[in-house]
Design a protein around this ligand. Sequence first.
Ligand code: ADP
Length: 164
Amino acid sequence: MKAAIYPGSFDPVTYGHLDIIKRASKIFDELTVSVLNNKTKTPLFSVEERVKMLEEATKDMPNVVVDSFSGLLIDYAREKDIHVAIRGLRAFTDFEYELQIAQTNRKFSGGDLDTMFLTTSLEYAYLSSSTVKEFASFDGDISQCVPEFVAKLIYEKYRHLRQA
Ligand code: ADP
């Protein structure tokens, strides 16, 4: 069975991520989309909330599994016995950073973990979770960026934060 992991923050999942998920799920028999519990970032959504959103957004994709992990991707991949990581590339600026991470992961996994890049569909090239959040925090229209249920959760989160 050909399996891959798509790791990321997914804070929150956007149409750009979903496009990569859809395309990767057609290449692999099983795709594990895994939310990284990154202690150095302050996320808008908890890991549990992000996992739930991804589960809902991928519910019609039977070979997509949603999970979360902390620590090193190479350790998580080894535990799962998966040897390919998927990353999306939007622009040249993503490339330099991603190339370095991919080479590090390959080196430190002893060649066990390769990274496969999918280039973004052009209509999503501008999209990032952080710009979606920034827009939503000022009540901007994010209907072209994320599924409707995700948009609702983002607006709700900012309402709560404003009231806190
Ligand atoms: P990270 O914090 O790990 O970069 P993200 O959730 O921001 O996590 O992104 C996860 C992966 O999805 C990364 O490989 C990123 O380049 C890719 N990605 C994010 N937005 C898009 C998009 N609009 N189109 C294609 N790939 C994307």
